[in-house]
Design a binder for this molecule. Sequence first.
Ligand SMILES: [Zn+2]
Length: 228
Amino acid sequence: MQFTILSNNMTDCKTNQATTTTIIMINNTLAIESIATHPDFRRLASIADISVDLRYASPHNFVGRDLYAPVDCAWLHQHAAQSLERAVAWLKQERGDVSLRVLDALRPQRVQEALWAALQGTDLLMYLANPVRGSIHSFGMAVDITLVDLSGHELDMGTPFDDLSERSHPAKEAALLAKNELTAQQISHRQLLRDAMRHGGFVGISSEWWHFDCGDRDLVRSEYTRIL
Ligand SMILES: [Zn+2]
């Protein structure tokens, strides 16, 4: 087993005294409780001009309970945070009437395992990364995200977030349009979201209109710190 020990020398803002925090990572992992001491991660609140509604930190998700309490999961890896800022800037330039709303960001490994367990015995497991391999969310390098108008109402994307049906699949939009199961306007909303995220450096996936990975998934799995 591989251990990595990092020491952070920081100055406490309240006491102005230098403190040393030692972070012990096993196989490049870090407990969510220690995330605030790790220099690679940023709070979502540090990203201007987005709104945040973490659905797994509320009962409004397909499991029906808060999966994040009592830990604070409103974090991203700094690389994903910078990419999101680029997406915000592009969207601002293109459209003054919509903005981005983050629905999920950093999802600790323990929550990925709880979701995996909740979906056992259903045909919905295809929507979830096997926790053994790991979700890109658990590295703080993926976001679930949508668009809102000036009054804060979510744009109509044809399905709600986490609608685990084929209507959520970007890869099937042309066929769904032909069958009148999606409208041209719903697809254009999704396309605007994809354009903004692509300009930031994110890559979408074929099965969920709301999910975007920052950069190459294999690279993330091999090089980045997984949050437990
Ligand atoms: Zn996702």
